[in-house]
Design a protein around this ligand. Structure first.
Ligand code: ATP
Ligand code: MG
Ligand code: MG
Length: 406
């Protein structure tokens, strides 16, 4: 038996597949938040080894990762050291040091997706420039460097005007709306001033927000998940409905844009494409995440291959799995922190307690050590026979809690 002669050393033999797990390669993930945790969960089902790099000792992925290195994914030396332990390097957050990834790639480290993709995506302005150059429809946008420039943009695009930080944006932290020209200076101040690097976007008069998860394998095979609808509250993803109830033509348009956007980027993995659907039937790109995404949580219960399993398959080079839905409908509800501290935990646990007795509901709790307002603490996915059915189930759950589903 080869395994016994080789002890516990990882082997590079071609017939490993027959002897050991699906892959002997250690997949290193920069970031150990909830997305990293769910990647580890998918990995454990296939006996794939996932190591995470995260500064928080008790980060969500730490309890189930094959290995957790406590350290910053912003720090070049730490990332380089971490990369030595892994055969493939991937991300669960795009706000990592792109220059280090570029250097590692030059040294032969296998980064998926590629460092060039991370560099483009992590700067939302650069991202917009990139996608517009590739002919992808998106809201008009413009860099702003001073108040005069912001006013010129306001004159051009009208109000309300969306002011955004170029970098380090997530959950709407990095967005400020100026309702009139008088609001511009406070919007800029809220975002930390022009030194932060700001740009503006023309207001997208959307009737729905849509998203498509796209997977690309190392062999460049591409598969798209069904188009879903996201409902945001105060700029944070609140509810996801799968599939989106939209005409076939819009589904086609959304999928085509998502495919085109991913085709313009390099590397394997799953990508999430956030879109706006306007009243006049236009589909515009909002932004792309080069990793598993909140809008794809539902795929764990509702699709043949979850986005997490798919990401691992893609970066390792295994064949991609079937992205289609195995249930007619699913709805995902993000459990966001309502209050700080103990009271916040109590409120979330009450909701979970009730969800436990709902047919078709699956509960995900990320085990974050601290409760903060608007922080993503967990989610609930309900699968069922129709969108009407799962929406009704969620409404019943939330109305008893005094919340609402819209
Ligand atoms: P995420 O957590 O998805 O990374 P983010 O902080 O990067 O969020 P965006 O996706 O840019 O923020 O914006 C958050 C939400 O704000 C969008 O989902 C949408 O509801 C709203 N929004 C963003 N841009 C515009 C726009 N140009 N016009 C109207 N609404 C917008
Ligand atoms: Mg974003
Ligand atoms: Mg977004």
């Amino acid at each position: 038996c080869l395994a016994s002669t080789e002890g516990h050393q990882p082997s590079t033999r071609k017939d490993d597949l027959l002897i050991h797990g699906l892959s002997e390669k250690i997949v290193g993930v920069l970031g150990g938040g909830q997305l990293g945790r769910m990647l580890c969960q998918a990995a454990s089902e296939m006996a794939i080894k996932v190591a995470v790099l995260d500064p928080l000792e008790s980060c969500p992925a730490s309890a189930i990762a094959y290995d957790h290195v406590v350290g910053s994914f912003h720090d070049s030396a730490t990332v380089e050291e971490f990369a030595k332990r892994c055969e493939i390097l991937t991300i669960e957050i795009e706000h990592v040091d792109a220059a280090t990834l570029e250097k590692l790639e030059q040294d032969g480290v296998d980064c998926q997706p590629k460092a060039s993709t991370v560099r483009i995506i992590q700067d939302k302005y650069l991202q917009k420039v990139h996608f517009s150059r590739h002919g992808i429809p998106l809201p008009e946008f413009m860099q702003i460097d001073d108040l005069e420039g912001a006013k010129r943009a306001g004159d051009l695009f009208g109000y309300p005007l969306m002011v955004k930080s170029k970098r380090l944006a997530y959950d709407g932290r990095g967005n400020a709306v100026a309702k009139t020209a008088e609001d511009l200076s406070s919007a800029v101040a809220v975002l930390g001033g022009f030194e932060r690097g700001l740009y503006v976007e023309k207001w997208a008069p959307f009737i729905k927000e849509l998203a498509v998860i796209v997977a690309r394998g190392r062999d460049n095979s591409v598969l798209c998940y069904p188009v879903i609808e996201t409902i945001h509250k105060e700029n944070i993803c609140h509810i996801v409905k799968a599939p989106a109830s939209i005409p076939w033509k819009i589904q086609r348009q959304a999928t085509d844009i998502a495919y085109k956007a991913v085709s313009s980027l390099e590397g394997a993995g799953v990508f999430a494409i956030e879109l706006f659907l306007t009243r006049d039937g236009q589909v515009l790109l909002n932004e792309v995440a080069p990793r598993p995404h909140n809008s794809g949580h539902h795929t764990i219960e509702s699709c043949y291959t979850s986005q997490y399993e798919q990401h691992l398959r893609a970066v390792i080079g295994l064949p991609l799995g079937d992205p289609s839905m195995k249930t007619p409908a699913a709805i995902m509800y993000n459990i966001l922190g309502e209050e700080e501290g103990e009271r916040g935990f109590r409120l979330a646990h009450q909701l979970i307690g009730r969800a436990l007795s709902i047919k078709g509901a699956a509960i995900h709790w990320y085990d974050k050590p601290e409760m903060r307002k608007q922080r993503k603490m967990g989610h609930i996915t309900i699968v069922g026979s129709s969108l009407g059915n799962v929406e009704a189930q969620l409404n019943a759950l939330l109305s008893e809690e005094g919340r609402d589903c819209q």
